[in-house]
Design a protein around this ligand. Structure first.
Ligand code: 5GP
Ligand code: ZN
Length: 111
């Protein structure tokens, strides 16, 4: 999509530290990390909400989460996977994304 930051990251028009590049999804380091490890995983196809993702995209994204968590050594210590969808959740970038956070104790409940 034309003006979407994350679509620009996919097309390499905006620099990012990409740590996973699959057929249907990519993952990169968040520019403003909220934990020692803060990775954003997104479908390559532009979409705003979970309801628009298909089964293959979701399958690849969840498999990417597993691969990345093991790569970062946070699979055993634990991590959190977050989707902010819509205005109540404070979704800032309107391209579906999964935040993978780890490397510190994470408080609950979130704000
Ligand atoms: P949201 O609030 O929409 O769930 O999260 C958007 C996330 O994208 C934020 O954590 C923000 O730091 C991250 N972000 C926004 N713009 C960029 C960018 O240009 N590069 C990277 N790597 N992350 C970004
Ligand atoms: Zn997009």
């Amino acid at each position: 999509m034309h003006d979407c930051i994350f679509c620009k990251i996919i097309k390499n028009e905006i620099q990012s530290n990409i740590i996973y590049n699959g057929k249907l999804s990519i993952a990169f380091e968040d520019i403003n990390p909220q934990a020692p490890h803060h990775i954003v995983i997104i479908p390559k196809r532009h979409m705003v909400a979970i309801s628009e993702a298909d089964k293959n995209e979701l399958e690849e994204i969840f498999s990417a989460v597993d691969i990345i968590a093991k790569q970062l050594n946070i699979n055993d210590s634990g991590f959190r996977l977050v989707v902010n969808q819509g205005k109540d959740a404070g979704q800032f970038v309107p391209h579906l994304h999964f935040h993978l956070l780890g490397g510190r104790k994470l408080n609950w409940p979130p704000g």
